[in-house]
Design a protein around this ligand. Structure first.
Ligand SMILES: Cc1cc2nc3c(=O)[nH]c(=O)nc-3n(C[C@H](O)[C@H](O)[C@H](O)COP(=O)(O)O)c2cc1C
Length: 289
């Protein structure tokens, strides 16, 4: 079968105009029964986004080149700061390379099980190359603003890819561990100067045995503010903590979200080397001044 024909069969039959009941159920699963938002402006895209869950267990089904091209072309359509295109993506399919990269990016067991491992790159290399050819200084490229623009561009492109992938029925998980060893990971991926890995992403078809459920989110009023920021955050967080702790209890896992957050920020232990990110960025040609 040609790749194009294969892509047709990979269209997601779940993508249809949602019924009212499907929307209500998706909102209940995401936000709980108490205070879940409701609205009428729903379509297949929004329902699919509401149903997002990170996928860490994959079936044997491969991701075709055609599917990958669709996903990465959708990524390219994302907005990009000042039309600068300050991002790149590196596609890793080679099993030996995945295994080589795995210990550098957090050693999480599912990383080399995914058929495709993507590295989203904050990338000022092309702008620097144009500056060099034009014999222009690149002083703006040394600013924190320039680094932020590149990381933001990479994130926007990646999330476009995530939505595209999920619309086809594929699953993704972002890999923040890809910032644990920035210089070594950059070297393994042959990154040029002025470029750093923002994060990785596993991509594959969800395994039928995957038990991962849709994770609760805080109620909208916790993150959506009207006109000005409402800093009275604790009651909404307490309600969320109760729900997310209950979610993990259903898996038989004792979890205290509040302690998880406070311990995360209490010291550097949970940062796995990322606490030296500014030095690493400087070494990679992104001084971030
Ligand atoms: C930038 C970023 C980095 C992440 N890094 C990891 C990671 O290294 N390993 C992992 O298992 N999940 C990772 N995640 C996934 C989050 O844990 C997940 O999105 C969150 O728990 C909510 O779950 P959900 O995506 O299933 O809704 C990352 C997510 C983001 C946005």
């Amino acid at each position: 079968m040609s790749e194009a024909a294969d892509a047709t069969t990979s269209q997601n039959p779940d993508l249809h105009q949602p019924t009212r009941d499907e929307l209500v159920e998706a909102l209940r699963v995401r936000f709980g029964g108490d205070g879940a938002p409701t609205f009428d402006a729903v379509n297949p895209t929004i329902l699919r986004q509401l149903q997002h869950r990170s996928v860490r267990r994959f079936s044997d089904r491969d991701v075709t080149d055609d599917e990958l091209r669709a996903i990465l072309t959708a990524a390219q359509a994302a907005s990009t700061s000042s039309n600068q295109h300050s991002w790149s993506v590196i596609v890793v399919r080679d099993q030996a390379r995945k295994e080589q990269l795995k210990p550098l990016i957090g050693n999480q067991p599912f990383i080399d099980k995914a058929p495709v491992l993507l590295f989203w790159i904050a990338d000022l290399h092309r702008s620097a190359a144009l500056a060099e050819r034009a014999e222009q200084p690149f002083v703006g490229g040394a600013l924190l603003e320039a680094t932020l623009v590149a990381f933001i561009d990479a994130a926007l492109a990646a999330q476009n890819a995530a939505v595209a992938a999920e619309s086809l029925g594929l699953g993704i998980t972002y890999i923040g561990g890809a910032r644990n060893h920035p210089e070594e990971t950059a070297a393994a991926l042959a990154l040029p100067s002025h470029a750093a890995v923002a994060f990785g992403m596993t991509l594959g078809w969800p395994s039928p045995t995957d038990r991962a459920k849709i994770r609760p989110r805080p109620l909208p009023e916790v993150v959506v503010h009207q006109e000005q920021y409402d800093a009275d955050v604790l009651p909404g967080l307490d309600a969320y903590a109760e729900r997310i702790n209950g979610f993990f209890a259903d898996y038989g896992r004792e979890f205290d979200w509040e302690s998880y957050i406070t311990e995360h920020f209490a010291d550097y232990a949970d940062f796995y080397g990322r606490e030296r990110l500014r030095d690493a960025l400087r070494n990679l040609g992104l001084p971030s001044n």
